[in-house]
Design a protein around this ligand. Sequence first.
Ligand code: F6P
Length: 555
Amino acid sequence: MNPTELPAWAALRDHHREIAPLHLRDLFDADPGRFERFHAVVGDVLFDYSKHRVTDETIALLVGLARQAEVPARVERMFTGEKINRTEDRAVLHTALRYQGDEPIRVDGHDVMPDVRAVLARMRAFAERVRDGEHRGATGREITDVVNIGIGGSDLGPKMVTTALAPYGHERLRVHFVSNVDPSDLARTLAPLDPATTLFLVASKTFTTQETMANAQQARAWLLRALGDEATLAQTPVVRSPVRQHFAALSTNLEAVESFGIDAERMFPFWDWVGGRYSLWSAIGLPIMLSIGPARFDELLRGAYEIDVHLRTAPLERNVPVLMALLGIWYLDFFDVETHAILPYDQLLLHFASYFQQGDMESNGKSVTQEGRPVAAGTGPIVWGQPGTNGQHAFYQLLHQGTRLVPCDFLAAARSHHPLGDQHEILLSNFFAQTEALMRGRRADEVRAELAADGVSGERLELLTAARTFPGNRPTSSFLYPRLTPAVLGSLIALYEHKIFVQGVIWNVNSFDQWGVELGKVLAKAILPELAGDAPASGHDASTNGLIDAYKRMR
Ligand code: F6P
């Protein structure tokens, strides 16, 4: 069913007409209990949604929408291993990867939990050996650098988490990420590295992704050029096999891994019920575990599990990921908003927005329902953002005074991992100030009075009053946590994951396939051989032919 056919949808449409003219400033002025009612604490994370253009009635109607869309039942179907990814006929069980209970979780009658725990145990053992310096390179030296080669979900999650948890990082191991097939990425990453002390992790669910396989092959060639190929080594048995010592695979595809030359013992598997963009909890998390160690990795899992329990058990009215999802839908579908900004006031969350750019846009960038009919509602937002306060000096002008409404998430830690003078307080003062400014704005009469007091008058007074007035009424969520620990990060990630899932449920789209990325891949494969010779291109439209020919002249 299309969400627009639900009774709550029509009620929300009517209600929107009442809410649209109201100003958040007035809502706050009239209701001192607004923060008390419109914030929730889950685990260590405080979620403030009082600066949203909602009243108690809005929340009640939105929760009604979730109920009518049968969110609780659909949540259970995901957690219990039903094949809710219908186009790929797969279960969706990233939650099993962090499950801390004792119940079996079955897919096709098979309990996946022993498999999950066995792989985690193997990852732990390997990570410990690398971290302790027991696992060494082919020439017997300790590993100092880990290079993860992967793209999309096989890159963004581990990169985001490894960066976020850098304060917990191993002192000897540096972790690098190569994703782009653009040779500059690999070349620049490898340039300062020593092959004898570098470990490559080839991370690819399918182990067929063009970019990753191309980079992995070049990395292997780089290694063998320096350390000698297998044939040379056979005559110098003191040296261990370079590929064996310097490569591991994180994948679901054993056959392809073996044909690349990595044996099963160095492959850390996962399963088709782990979506690429939800895979950091699986073997894809090995670079994270290498960096922060198995115990901290467990804390990350536990932080996410806490949110899984919350999603399943908290009433919808107090359910944070459900509220996040509903507020998103409120703006996207009733205020016709197009984008959503994620603005961490936390430098460690440098890659958080780009991680959820994939997480959200690949999941909910859909235009057909689960039944294959056009979706009548607007679906996933364009997700973007970067850490504050840098954004303040770049794009906040548009957030404050532009013609578009951009709902924003603000995230901050109460304590820094790197206390330095009063810099954390400066950061936090900006965090608080921005959401206040976006909400409250600055009225024309206030601006005019101030300018007049400074002696400005006449036409200039009017010009400056117009330019310096802030409309306000711009909605934000704030997420505040004591410190960015592995558990807090696990919780934050799971909150967003479940927000995306709940939105997909309400829009009735499949959040777990990604057919939209296929066409470009197919065309690129067809074009690649055409680039070889100098013959003019002819098999495409005039623009594509023209561009290929221009490239051939320029190269
Ligand atoms: O092209 C999109 C995609 O399939 C993503 O969903 C995925 O995260 C990425 O490619 C990488 O895929 P793989 O892990 O199979 O290399």
